[in-house]
Design a protein around this ligand. Structure first.
Ligand code: B4P
Length: 190
């Protein structure tokens, strides 16, 4: 299996690039953000819980996120590989993912991190907010909170995989095609 983590701050283009990568490498795409938004759209209990955190720019609690992710992976045996988009976002999530993959006899091949400065991601999210209808995209204070959560809780995940020589930084500025080319080069050299 080819198992990749697409990493980076909110609005860095993970979802945008994941859509292109799944097609090129024939991988299954798991976006925890999309999964939460699906639940919110269907007004499920999980969706209502997730929304209460997402609207504040906070991470959804690990226990909720990990069990949702585990179920999605276990429900899809026999895939060629998985691209994890927006997961793991904490070290506890990374450890749970490592255990889950080890149980399946596989592991993470690499983590590719999109490197984009804070002022650029804030502009991108505000622009997306004009059409996305996402309540977490419209307010600068919420966006700042999301960036703080990323800096405090999520960046240690980069170091977690760097210990095994699996983390790589990719310049996330430029055209979508240029960034895609850089990502493919890094993945082809894994
Ligand atoms: P996510 O859905 O993961 O969303 P994101 O970080 O906002 O966006 P992404 O990086 O995918 O950016 P995109 O391609 O859309 O998370 C949302 C929330 O869900 C989190 O805040 C959290 O509350 C919760 N959550 C999700 N996973 C969780 C977890 N594991 N644990 C706990 N909580 C979790 O790109 C952004 C914009 O930039 C788009 O408009 C795009 O068109 C534009 N763009 C992309 N590439 C560009 C480029 N090269 N140049 C200019 N613009 C570009």
């Amino acid at each position: 299996m080819l198992n990749l983590i697409l990493f980076g701050p909110p609005g860095s283009g993970k979802g945008t690039q994941a859509a292109k990568l799944v097609e090129k490498y024939n991988l299954m795409h798991i976006s925890t953000g999309d999964m939460f938004r699906y639940e919110i759209g269907n007004s499920t209990e999980l969706g209502q819980l997730a929304k209460s955190y997402m609207d504040q720019g906070q991470l959804v609690p690990d226990s909720v996120t990990i069990s949702m992710l585990r179920k999605r992976v276990e429900d899809n045996p026999g895939v060629a590989g998985i691209i994890f988009d927006g997961f793991p976002r904490t070290v506890a999530q990374a450890e749970a993912l490592d255990e889950l993959l080890a149980d399946m006899g596989t592991s993470i091949n690499g983590l590719v991190a999109l490197d984009v400065p804070d002022d650029e991601i804030t502009q991108r999210i505000l622009l997306r907010g004009q059409s996305s209808g996402r309540s977490d995209d419209n307010d600068e204070a919420t966006i700042r909170k999301r960036i703080d959560e990323y800096n405090n809780k999520t960046t240690p995940v980069f170091d977690h995989y760097a210990k095994y020589g699996k983390s790589m930084k990719i310049n996330g500025l430029g055209s979508i095609e240029d960034i895609f080319g850089r990502l493919c080069e890094a993945i082809d050299n894994l």
